[in-house]
Structure formats: structure tokens, C-alpha cells
Write a protein that binds this ligand. Structure first.
Ligand SMILES: *Cc1c(COP(=O)(O)O)cnc(C)c1O
Length: 374
């Protein structure tokens, strides 16, 4: 019989219990207006996110996946174009490209940080490269300076997929404020999670922001008059109200995640079999996930589950090897570091309310697994 869960991978209940009254009030405020699509709650959140990320404009939309799609649409990406990105990310970083008929061109990752390797981007740029999407994976930003320099040199805009990195910073600059466009997700498991789907796009470029505002409402500047074919991708007022409440706590919650990451670091410091995620110079990560690298990963995962420890593999199949992308012609061996990461990584429980005793239990079990003491 499977043992009951002792430590969940993510538990949102304690956070909800703490802010319940504020949430009820915020949702009640929206219900009393009976205005559910966009409107002033969304405008308020857009302003707050723009301030938080230190950008000029923020535009709400229906999901992080749509944020990526809208960003590419606004940059004019279309059939025949190439977009460079990482094969080691969530699916929609890449499906946003193929949905527009453009071709994803993959560049391998840095094995230490799991983020796209700037040198590998340089090798992949062609005359058809229309954009680069970098992903700030697990909440730590990619090495942006060389990437932005390369983008500037070649006239290629850089999109930041910051869905896992709201509040993270790189050399004092906020995730989502460094490239031409930043994309955020408010999926419930993100550091700023709504009570359903939601997303946001950030930019300093007023024209891009205006275009995205039009594209998210079917491409109409004025209702029923369509200059472009856009999509239906709006943020709900109820989600915006919830997110505005939660944004007030985000900095504190991100700090608590960093403290928990530091404690795991300490707990695993004498366990050479476990490689903990490094924090690179100039980076302030937000640990949307806490991902270790280990051998015998699948065995260790099964062992964790048996011991009531929630854990997950992000991501078991790199995107160049997904069946739906087989027509791109990539093969096993093309991106060795992404492939190795897919075999060796395991995400452990992390969230602001995670208790020390729970972390000690996780570390004690995993240490026992590797050192044969169990
Ligand atoms: C969550 C996530 C997305 C997609 O966000 P949704 O809101 O679920 O559509 C895209 N990219 C990355 C890296 C993500 O983690």
C-alpha cells in the first residue's frame, strides 16, 4: 500500500488560510460590480506589476502560454521565421512558436543552471532568426548580458519567458524587464498564482504594448472593427483582484523560498551524490522549483513517493524529442545537456510555508537512499 503524503510538493492551503479574509473581500468587490472581463481590477494589477517588475507597461492576458504567443505575434513572427529557444522548458515556450508556423531552433543549456547557453545561441543565429526566447528556469534568470549583447548586435529581439521567475533579478535588473518583452504566468503553482489561469506581458516599448492590447481582444482597436486577426486572451477581473492581494506578499514569500533553498543546501552539504542548484553571481532567484541533480533518479523518485515525499520531474522529455515536434528532424544526441538534465533532475518540495522538520525529513530520506543507511 502506498504511504500517505508526508510532505507535499506544493501545499497552497496554509497560504490561503492566512489571506482568506482579504481574498473574500477582493472577490466580493468584483462580484458586486458584475464586471468580469478586464476593467479596473485588471488595470490596477497591470500598474502594480509594471512597478514591481520596473517596466513601463504591463498587459494582462489569459495565461502564460498566451503571453508568449501574443509577444511573438506582436513582434511579427510568422511562417518561415526561426525562433531560438531552449529544449529544456515547459511545452508552451515552444508551442507558441510552432502555432504561428515558425520554426523553433534549439540551443543547448548550461548544465549548472539548466538555462540556455549564450554560446549555443550564437551558433544557432541565422538570417531567418526573428527572436530569441530565453527561459528563466526554476526561478533563476538566464545569463542575460551576453544574450542581450548578441540580440543587439544582430537586431534580434529577446523575449524573456519569466513564467517561473516573477520577482527574480539579475545584476539588479528584474526578470521580465531586460529583453524586449517579458512573459509571466499566474498558473496556481507559480510564485504569484491565481485561482485559475492568468498571464501578463511586460515591456518598455509603448507600441508593442499597444499592439498586444489590441491582439488580446481579437485584433480590434474599436469593438467590431478589426485591423488584425488577434485572439481572445483576457485576464478575468476576479483573477486580477486575487492577484493584487497576493502581490502584496510576493516579496516576503520569495524570501521565504530562498531561505528554504538555503536550508536544503545546508542539509545536503555533506551528501556528494546530491548536486544542489547553484546560485550564480549577480542572481537573486525565486525558487519556483528546487531542483537537484542525482544519479539513479527514477529509483530515487519512486523511493521518495514511497516515503510520502512529493516530488516531480521537470521535464522528463526535452522538447526536441517530443513526438509532436518530430517533423523538425531533431534526434537523440542533438542536445546532450538538455537530455542529461531530463534524466538526472528531481524537484523537491518548496514553498513559503514548508517547515524545517519537513525539509529535514526529505533530506534524511534522500541521504539514506544514497548512502545505504536505509
Ligand atoms: C507555466 C509556464 C508557462 C505557461 O504558463 P501557463 O499560464 O500555464 O500557460 C510557460 N513557460 C514556462 C517556463 C512555465 O513555467
Amino acid at each position: 500500500m502506498k504511504q500517505s503524503v508526508k510532505v507535499k510538493l506544493l501545499d497552497l492551503v496554509p497560504q490561503y488560510e492566512r489571506i482568506k479574509d482579504e481574498i473574500f473581500e477582493a472577490i466580493g468587490g468584483v462580484l458586486s460590480t458584475q464586471q468580469f472581463i478586464l476593467g479596473s481590477p485588471v488595470e490596477t494589477l497591470e500598474g502594480r506589476i509594471a512597478d514591481f517588475c520596473r517596466v513601463e507597461h504591463a498587459v494582462g492576458c489569459a495565461s502564460g502560454s498566451d503571453a508568449l504567443l501574443l509577444a511573438l505575434m506582436a513582434l511579427g513572427v510568422r511562417e518561415g521565421d526561426e525562433v531560438i529557444t531552449t529544449p529544456y522548458t515547459f511545452f508552451s515556450t515552444v508551442s507558441s512558436i510552432t502555432r504561428l508556423g515558425a520554426r523553433p531552433v534549439f540551443a543547448d543549456i548550461d548544465p549548472a543552471t539548466f538555462n540556455i547557453d549564450p554560446a549555443s545561441i550564437r551558433d544557432s543565429i541565422t538570417a531567418r532568426t526573428k527572436a530569441v526566447i530565453v527561459v528563466h528556469l526554476f526561478g533563476q534568470t538566464a545569463d542575460m548580458d551576453p544574450i542581450l549583447a548578441l540580440g543587439g548586435e544582430r537586431g534580434v529581439p529577446v523575449i524573456e519567458d519569466a513564467c517561473q521567475a516573477i520577482g527574480a533579478s539579475y545584476k539588479g535588473r528584474s526578470a521580465g524587464s531586460m529583453g524586449s518583452v517579458g512573459c509571466f504566468s499566474f498558473f496556481p503553482s507559480k510564485n504569484l498564482g491565481g485561482y485559475g489561469d492568468g498571464g501578463m506581458i511586460t515591456t518598455d516599448d509603448v507600441r508593442l504594448a499597444q499592439n498586444i492590447r489590441i491582439l488580446r481582444v481579437h485584433g480590434s482597436r474599436e469593438r467590431y472593427f478589426h485591423d488584425f486577426v488577434g485572439i481572445n486572451s483576457r485576464l478575468d477581473a476576479i483573477q486580477a483582484a486575487v492577484l493584487t492581494v497576493k502581490l502584496g506578499y510576493l516579496e516576503e514569500w520569495n524570501e521565504l523560498r530562498r531561505e528554504r533553498a538555503a536550508y536544503y543546501h545546508e542539509l545536503f552539504s555533506e551528501v556528494p551524490e546530491v548536486t544542489v542548484p547553484p546560485v550564480t553571481e549577480g542572481n537573486v532567484p525565486v525558487f519556483n522549483q528546487y531542483v537537484i541533480r542525482i544519479q539513479r533518479r527514477n529509483e530515487c523518485k519512486a523511493f521518495c513517493i514511497e516515503n510520502g515525499i512529493g516530488c516531480e520531474i521537470y521535464y522528463p522529455v526535452p522538447l526536441h524529442l517530443q513526438k509532436c515536434f518530430s517533423s523538425l528532424g531533431y534526434r537523440e544526441g542533438d542536445f546532450p545537456e538538455a537530455e542529461r538534465a531530463s534524466r538526472e533532475t528531481l524537484a523537491l518540495p518548496i514553498y513559503p510555508e514548508l517547515e524545517k522538520g519537513q525539509q529535514e525529513y526529505v533530506a534524511e530520506r534522500i541521504t539514506g537512499f544514497f548512502q545505504g543507511r536505509l
